[in-house]
Every structure is written in C-alpha cells, then in structure tokens.
Design a protein around this ligand. Sequence first.
Ligand SMILES: C[S@@+](CC[C@H](N)C(=O)[O-])C[C@H]1O[C@@H](n2cnc3c(N)ncnc32)[C@H](O)[C@@H]1O
Length: 279
Amino acid sequence: MQPNDYETLSQIVKKQSGLVLTPDKVYLLESRLLPVARKWNLTSVAQLAESIRLRPNPAQIRDVTEAMTTNESFFFRDTKPFDLFRDTMLPALLKARATKRRIRIWSAASSSGQEAYSIAMLLKERGAELSGWTFDIVGTDLSTEMVERSKSGIYTAFEAQRGMPARLLVKYFARAGDKWQISEDLRKMVNFRQFNLLTDLSLLGTFDIVFCRNVLIYFDLPTKTSVLAGVAKQMSDDGYLVLGAAETVLGVSDKFRSVPGQTGLYMPTGGAGDARRTA
Ligand SMILES: C[S@@+](CC[C@H](N)C(=O)[O-])C[C@H]1O[C@@H](n2cnc3c(N)ncnc32)[C@H](O)[C@@H]1O
C-alpha cells in the first residue's frame, strides 16, 4: 500500500470512529479492507482509497470504518467487573434508588452484546427480589453489523460457551441449529442501538452504571479525554463507571476518581461520596 493510501484510509477511520491506526497496522488495513474493496467492485485497497479521495461516499466510508473495528467480546469477560456489579454497584444503587426503583445501565461499545446480556443475566438471577424495579439496559456500538447481531442474540457454540457458566447456558439459551440463542426474556431486557461515542452522548440520557470497556484503548489521549468527559456528563452523581483491564482514568480525565480498593471502578468527581465535593 502506498503511503498516501494508508494516510487516506487511516485518517478516515480516525475521524469517523476515533480509532488510531499506526503505520504498523498497514497489514491489518490491507487484509480487512480488501473484502470492502471487492464489495464495491474495486480490485484493490489502493483503488478503494482513491475512490474515497475522489468521490467520498458515506456508505463506503462507513464500510471502511466498521471493517477496522475490533469486536472481540465474550460473556462475563474478566469476571471481576461483573462481581463488582453484583456485590458493590447493585447493592449501593438498590439502596440509593429505593424510592425511584429505576436503574439505568449502559454498555458503551457493546460489540456483539455479551457484556449487556451478562448484566441482564445477573439481574435475572436475583429473581423476585428485584420485582417492582425497572432496569434499563442500553447497549450501543458504532458497528451496525454488531448491533444487529446483538439484537438477534445468536451466538456460535464457541461464543456461547466462552466465559459462560454451564448452568447459565442451560438456563438462558436455546439451541438454534448449530448455534445458540439467548432467551427472548433476556433479549427484551436490553435495548441495542447503533451509536458513535464521538457524537453527542446526551441523546442517550443519564445512566447509573456505565461499562465502557476495551474501546478507549484504541483512541488517542485527546479522544479518550473527551469521550470520558462526555460520559461523565451522562452519569448520575453516585453512578459507577467500569473500564477495561488495560484502561484507566489516571492521567486521562479528572472527571472520575477511582473507588478505593476496587480496581477498574470509578465514580464521577465531585459526585456523592466524593470527599473533595465538600472540602
Ligand atoms: C473490543 S470491543 C469491546 C466490547 C466489550 N465492551 C468488551 O469489553 O468485551 C470494542 C468495540 O468498540 C466499538 N467502537 C469503536 N469505536 C467506537 C466509537 N467511536 N463509538 C462506539 N463504538 C465504538 C467497536 O465497534 C467494537 O465493537
């Protein structure tokens, strides 16, 4: 690939999604964008870059951007965030929202939906204890293909079993040919929609819990900072933010503070329980 083709494509992807493609990702660009080029009846990635330079076409640009996203996800990924959800965040919020009885949860960058469905399963497991409560679980991702997959709730046998306790697989999934589908009950609990984290987050409303995991790692520092500032604005004062294992707010955003002793868990700065608020 010529340097100007790499420039065209990496700049488009960065502008559309925030994803940074360093020069060592040229091979990745080539391999992921060749199918996109063919879809558009072009014979090479160089022709695709040329086409975008000469006649920028929103649908083509979207295909390029989506093809460069990394959609790796699995049920109960990293375990710890889901333990924190069950043992720390949920008890605190059940207490704090005892009158309102409504909790809003956002899986930002939800990919193929496993994170949002893992949360839904944990809530279902609480059974009658949570009757009378409303849980809005919203899953959003840049990729329309991932959002459609999430809505279908259909997973390959490998995906369904990866990270999933056998007991929950039996309880919440049904065979769908050689695949597995999440029960309708759980599918109804999550609202998936296409959404770009670089756009106006206020359209999504306010959340009590935000899982924003394994997406900031693909952004540069200014983009991370601005996305976290946007997320902070959409959170209740006593809400919780969960980041991925390789992500932190330290040196990135002053809008959140770590929850002591709880790795990967953050709360809005100046919110309820923050000593600095009253200092
Ligand atoms: C590696 S997956 C993370 C999935 C899940 N959060 C997890 O930790 O398992 C990253 C996801 O971020 C999405 N993504 C990348 N840039 C985005 C953006 N600007 N807005 C929304 N989603 C984005 C990708 O489409 C991809 O599905």
